[in-house]
Design a protein around this ligand. Sequence first.
Ligand code: MRU
Length: 346
Amino acid sequence: MSGAIYFKNNRLFYLDQTELPTKEIYRECRTLRDGFKAIKYLQIRGAPLIGVFSAYCVYIAIKDFPNYHKDKFIKYLDKVVDFLKSARPTAVNLSWAVERVRDAAKDNLSSSVKALKKIILEEAKRIHSEDIKLCLRMAEEGVKLINRGDRVLTHCNTGFLATSGEGTALGVIYKAKEVYKNIKVFVDETRPLLQGARLTAWELCKKKIDATLITDSMAGYLMKQGMIDKVFVGADRITLQGDVANKIGTYSLAVLANHHRIPFYVVAPFSSFDLTIDKGEDIPIEERSPWEVKCIDRKLIAPKNINVYNPAFDVTPHHLITAIVTDRGIVYPPFKKNIKMVLSYE
Ligand code: MRU
């Protein structure tokens, strides 16, 4: 296993996550369209990984552009960035990363096109190696919130398939195992695309962690039975006041956790914060194909002509969140004041 993505000999490769857990297939991203499709159809997914991968996609798109026409190159670069941003709207890491590589080029406009290409690649590599370090830092912070023997519930996939390091929420869980906290993990299957069952369960088995898979509708029952001590989830976008967009079903878990007085923690790097947005209502929520709900593994499980509503994310309001673990420290309420303060630490 070479991680969820790798860049080698000027070529970009990714593990096709739609084939997991039955097949581990690496594919090459040769063109801009390959990259766009890999993101849109969730071959690559998870907010931080989408960011890193999309930064490399910018390079893949521009690397063969003729070297002699700088104005046209810059116009094309803008188009590439806008196109990639349109692949998925909710995870802010996507626009953050592609804009960052574009801005690195635009800050050096006096350079040749050849040099600008090199700058873009270097910036993508920097985002990649930074993401690995951010995961380590989040794990070090988050593990402080875990006690020996805790039973932790998690949702969707937030591990080494969702980042270029060990993960966000799952990274904390891996760290807890490393320091012998002897935890037990419950994993929501995470309908409709089953990232919990297909990806998180796969990761936890590989890491030999005591894990139990449940369907999404079982979470409340487990909480009522006193079987859950803490909930740890990731984030796709966090606003200035601490509202969190994450995989659909996260909000229901937060309401349940609040009702049962169970701490609810969000783990995310600084690149998942969108400080241009105050309230969660302003986060764009991706709506996906009805076939994702009507089918499992391409097999129809509902009448073909039934109406379907398929929002891929929901927003958990800040008052339901106990704390947000970031690479720069743990943020507690009042979030509006403390997010800015903690994110300003470097
Ligand atoms: O639609 P996905 O699979 O990209 O959604 C992923 C999630 O919602 C994760 O929980 C989120 O990106 C946090 S990640 C490390």
